[in-house]
Design a binder for this molecule. Structure first.
Ligand SMILES: Nc1ncnc2c1ncn2[C@@H]1O[C@H](COP(=O)(O)OP(=O)(O)OP(=O)(O)O)[C@@H](O)[C@H]1O
Ligand SMILES: [Mg+2]
Length: 382
């Protein structure tokens, strides 16, 4: 079945006096996977529930293809919704839980009858086709060994995979997933997100995926919509989002757990004075005056003391994490940074030591204070 374009057009929603969504517009191309990424409470689930028809928008519309969905009942929207916590049928086996939507859709009530049903003309073929799809889906989700169990005999992660399976097996034209991996442990989470990405490629269903985990969003999305306070702040391909965050808040959210931020002043020509040196900004057009220079821990490195343009810092502590390490350093102006280095490099330095730091100007951003202040004012006024 051909995938459908999904268009979210100027959606606003209030709960009481709170603006939960403000003028949100997103176009998801047919077959595209777009992730809504943002902190808790920014309105991700509410937007997904509006797309599904479980919640009504105060303003705006949702279109699937050319069809306006506003007055279409949730069950007629041809979409599947996977929630973070998903109620399985407790009295049915894993197999029957996954098969349930197909059985309901493709077999008549007579054909569903035990024993007799399979004997009806044509029913055997339909049962076989359902069986194939249930087995294919359970193999993908590594549920094959659990097909005879009841949900009560499964772990949280296994239950969640059954819920995913039940949604996938219907091959819906639009897929909505609200933090479907949140209850899984780290390894399974990475495995399952890979499977979702693979399955998405194969099924080609238009998908809106919700997470507040930026690594997860980057791993599976065609594009990511970053949301704050009920608004979409930026929507872009993961690589573009990482390279060009639109403001400091987006940069911070994408650089978790650390974004280095230094108060600096930019001069005409895009030079920023930092410590004893200056760095030339990559994209400095129009941005002069006070602001913040921001960069990720992996975009600073330790240099020899005589390299020009370095920043003098003092190493305060080292946090090892296997193949690499985080160096916590203090700069002259009381600022603390984190620098990511290899484990080998971390072994050659010691707390208390003075180091020279270079910042990769290609991957540092200058956010002028005036702009962030303006944004703050706009946000507060809204
Ligand atoms: N039915 C409701 N009645 C009143 N307020 C609600 C309701 N549903 C959500 N909210 C509020 O709307 C805001 C957005 O909630 P929403 O669940 O959409 O956030 P979210 O981005 O999904 O957060 P999380 O990452 O924690 O799931 C929150 O402040 C929440 O408290
Ligand atoms: Mg939510």
């Amino acid at each position: 079945m051909a995938a459908l374009k999904l268009h979210i057009d100027k959606i606003s929603k209030k709960f009481g006096e709170i603006n939960v969504l403000r003028d949100v517009s997103i176009s998801v191309a047919a077959g595209e996977l777009v992730t809504l990424l943002g902190p808790s409470g920014c309105g991700k689930s509410t937007l997904l529930r509006i797309i599904a028809g479980l919640e009504r928008a105060d303003q705006g519309h949702v279109f699937a293809g050319d069809k306006k969905l506003d007055d279409v009942a949730p069950k007629d929207r041809d979409l599947a919704f996977v929630f973070q916590s998903y109620a399985l049928y407790p009295h049915l086996s894993v197999y029957d839980n996954i098969a349930a939507p197909l059985v309901m859709r493709e077999l008549s009530s007579l054909e569903r009858l035990p024993l007799l049903g399979t004997a009806l003309p044509g029913a055997a073929g339909r049962y076989r086709s359902i069986d194939e799809r249930v087995r294919e889906t359970s193999a993908i989700l590594k549920l094959d060994a659990l097909l005879d169990r009841r949900p009560a005999a499964l772990s949280g992660g296994q239950r969640q995979r059954v819920a995913l399976g039940r949604a996938m097996v219907r091959a819906p034209r639009i897929f909505l997933m609200d933090e479907p991996l949140a209850n899984l442990d780290a390894a399974l989470r990475i495995h399952t997100r890979g499977e979702i990405a693979r399955l998405h490629k194969k099924m080609g269903a238009t998908t809106v995926f919700v997470t507040h985990d930026q690594a997860e969003a980057a791993a599976i999305s065609d594009r990511v919509a970053v949301m704050f306070g009920g608004q979409v702040r930026q929507i872009a391909k993961p690589a573009d989002l990482y390279r060009d965050p639109v403001d400091l808040e987006v940069a911070r959210f994408l650089a978790q757990p650390f974004l280095n931020e230094v108060p600096v002043s930019a001069t005409v020509g895009g030079m920023v004075a930092i410590g004893s040196g200056k760095i030339a900004l990559r994209d400095a057009i129009g941005s002069t005056g006070p602001g913040t220079l921001a960069f990720r821990p992996e975009h600073a490195s330790i240099a020899a003391h005589d390299v020009p343009g370095t920043l003098r810092v003092c190493l305060s502590r080292i946090e090892h994490s296997g193949t690499d390490a985080n160096l916590f350093v203090e700069a002259e102006a009381d600022a603390e940074f984190v620098v990511r280095v290899s484990a080998d490099q971390a072994r050659s330095v010691h707390p208390g030591e003075h180091l020279a730091l270079t910042i990769d100007a290609e991957n540092a951003w200058f956010f002028p204070e005036s702009r962030s202040r303006r944004e703050r004012v706009e946000r507060e006024a809204a």
